[in-house]
Design a protein around this ligand. Sequence first.
Ligand code: GRF
Length: 218
Amino acid sequence: MSLPPASSFSLVVLISGEGSNLQAIRDHIAAGELPAQIAAVISNRSQAPGLLRAQQAGITTQVLEKNLYPDPNAYDRALLAIIDQYRPALVVLAGFMRILTDDFVRHYSGRLINIHPSLLPKYKGLHTHQRALQAADSEHGASVHFVTPELDSGPVILQAKVPILPGDDAEKLRQRVQQVEHRLYPEALRLLATGRVQLLGATVYLDGQPLLRPPVST
Ligand code: GRF
């Protein structure tokens, strides 16, 4: 049996928690559905359960504890130095609970992406599920976007909608949104890894055409 050729599109994935999105990305790679490789997983919490998932999958892990450098600029410089050792094509934020400094974000311009649990530009920041319920929205969802200095405001690559159902609470909704995230993030990564999506200036291009509205997968 011959193994598929190793992909040169390498990812560094940053996590702080469960790492269920990391797991989904890794599973899509292992299934041959995403032509990429995870060079390393880096966490700002040594207790992040996602580290164990990565180790069990044989992926290199590193921890840079969030309290190690009280100065955010010093922390981000140290983080950047670790990441750049792996020369990633893309830096993937997957539940990385930290607001990154402008210098860090600019260093990875066009190569830094995030998944956010809302239909951006709605509900930037935290507690998105609760806020969607409080607003009596009929639908919620997730967005994969390029990261720019302003929080959760970078150009969106792909979105997925989730209906809000009678009887939903924030936890039920969070779980259904996360199920959708687990196919949305690998799908967005495939578009990037195959060169179909690019960021030029502030505009996302899909197959060479400017993306006026992000595609919504259902
Ligand atoms: C995800 O739900 C994502 O939307 C948000 O953080 C969560 C991380 O979950 N940015 P996990 O660590 O991937 O399970």
